[in-house]
Design a binder for this molecule. Structure first.
Ligand code: NAG
Ligand code: NAG
Ligand code: NAG
Ligand code: NAG
Length: 459
């Protein structure tokens, strides 16, 4: 009983002693390290020697890629490490304490910046205070989770099947490469904690080390060191294929059916104008997505081409309607036009020979058939002269009336024939309009297909 109590008290005592000595150890190590430490000075062993800063970047989330403003927002985990020659201790003298964690504001830190940064509210790598881990051999490890907003030159020429390359260049701002030299920690960026992005498929995340001098008036030729991480990613295009590309193609080919609408319905123009409006709306939607740059993506070019083709086909439709509308003047079709359009072209366009129903020249001799034999027999039976003269007068009146009727009749006949002839001519012109419609239909389909193929081939 006594013994166990003594053991328990002893164990507790040693624990307390151990802990206090542990804390005391930390405190005195801290005092030992930071009593004379000055974080303003670059911690290299000699004033002349270069300090090497290692950097590693892990991409965890591609938050936004803004094509319009050409910016990339990403969640990055930055890791930096360097040897601070003033923060070394002999671990066997400090009872095996090998590491010490202190707030980052206590130690010297390299002035690493992201060259592409466009965040106007950037105030340092982290909003909250971060800590650094000190190793007994002087190695300082600084890990920062951060969200960066950087510029990235977006090339949308093959939108929506485009690949983008965004550089993330990290380097000291004021320290030249004689003072601070950058080095990549793992040789490339890390993607192990990357969250799958719905819009982009990340292809690679490489790192390159550069030493480059910038033309500053103060000291031209001073080299600066940097590590550039290049993020390459590809757009997942399914969304745009179904929501942008397919409707656009459908509209283009729907427009071709305008040439199939019968002329008489008068719907042709309103149909064409509705489709033209729809494609204009698509262009506006597209312009929302794309940057206002000089080189249009192929899809933008295709939409503009479709608009031009649609406008041209609308005006062609107006022309065709004008050809067909022959209510005012009816000119017979010239022979060459009949032969060219109704015979050759119609056959070429699989419509058959349409020149069969050509109107024959008016047969004027037919009108003569009704010519009445008005020379009514004058040889009359011997009547008394009075009766005879009355009869004569009666025949005269009858004959003149009949002549009037005959004149009216022949006028009617010739009018009907004229109408028939006009109808024939009109039919011919209508046939010509149909042939033209079919011709323009084929031209439109051909142009649209060729353009599409050319654009897809140059993708
Ligand atoms: C510092 O380095 C430069 C070249 O890197 C050398 O010319 C110069 O003598 C060095 N100075 C000292 C004090 O070591
Ligand atoms: C820090 O120093 C150790 C040797 O003391 C060396 O192996 C390591 O590469 C150095 N690290 C950096 C970033 O300079
Ligand atoms: C660390 O301290 C031990 C014992 O005091 C000593 O033997 C050893 O040489 C020291 N190591 C260094 C690198 O100073
Ligand atoms: C964009 O990429 C295409 C090929 O994908 C290339 O021909 C074009 O020059 C690039 N434009 C710019 C501005 O880099």
């Amino acid at each position: 009983m006594e013994l166990s109590w003594t053991v328990a008290v002893l164990v507790m005592f040693t624990c307390v002693i151990g802990r206090t000595t542990g804390i005391d150890l930390q405190r005195s190590l801290y005092n030992h390290l930071f009593d004379k430490y000055n974080k303003a000075l670059r911690p290299s062993s000699t004033p002349n020697s270069t300090l090497i800063v290692e950097i590693g970047v892990e991409l965890t989330h591609l938050i936004d890629m803004n094509e319009k403003h050409q910016t990339l927002t990403a969640n990055l985990w930055l890791t930096m490490g360097w040897n601070d020659s003033y923060l070394r201790w002999n671990d066997s003298e400090w009872r095996g304490v090998t590491e010490l964690t202190v707030p980052d504001s206590y130690v010297w830190k390299p002035d690493i910046v992201l060259y592409e940064n466009v965040d106007q509210y950037f105030k340092g790598w982290s909003k909250s205070e971060t800590y650094v881990k000190l190793h007994h051999n002087g190695y300082v490890l600084w890990e920062i989770p951060t969200v960066t907003l950087s510029s990235c030159q977006v090339n949308v020429s093959s939108f929506p099947f485009d690949r983008q390359k965004c550089p993330l260049k990290f380097g000291p701002w004021i320290h030249s490469s004689y003072e601070v030299e950058m080095r990549s920690m793992a040789g490339e960026g890390s993607l192990t904690s990357f969250m799958i992005n719905a819009e982009w498929h990340v292809l690679s995340f490489t790192a390159q080390t550069h030493i480059k001098s910038y033309g500053e008036a103060f000291d031209i030729g001073t080299p600066y060191s940097d590590v550039t991480f290049v993020l390459e990613f590809q757009r997942k295009s399914t969304f745009y294929v179904f929501n942008l590309l397919l409707p656009c193609l459908l509209l283009t080919f729907l427009m071709s059916t305008m040439f199939y609408l019968p002329l008489e319905t008068g719907e042709k123009l309103s149909f064409g104008v509705s489709i033209l409006l729809a494609i204009v709306v698509f262009q506006l939607v597209l312009n929302e997505v794309l940057p206002e740059s000089e080189d249009l993506p192929w899809i933008g070019r295709y939409v503009i081409l479709a608009m031009i083709m649609m406008s041209v086909s609308l005006s062609l439709s107006v022309m065709v309607m004008n050809v067909c509308d022959c209510s005012i003047t009816v000119r017979p079709m010239p022979e060459w036009a009949r032969r060219l359009f109704l015979k050759v072209l119609a056959q070429l366009l699989f419509m058959g020979d349409m020149s069969n129903g050509r109107p024959t020249t008016l047969q004027t001799d037919e009108t003569e058939t009704f010519q009445m034999d008005l020379n009514i027999e004058r040889s009359t039976t011997p009547l008394d002269p009075h009766d005879q003269s009355e009869y004569q007068i009666g025949t005269e009146i009858l004959a003149s009336n009949l002549r009037k009727i005959e004149r009216k009749h022949s006028f009617l006949i010739s009018y009907m024939k004229e109408m028939d002839r006009k109808e024939e001519v009109r039919k011919e012109w209508r046939a010509l309009a149909k042939v033209l419609d079919r011709l323009f239909f084929f031209i439109y389909i051909l142009t649209a297909t060729v353009c599409l193929v050319v654009f897809v081939a140059t993708l």
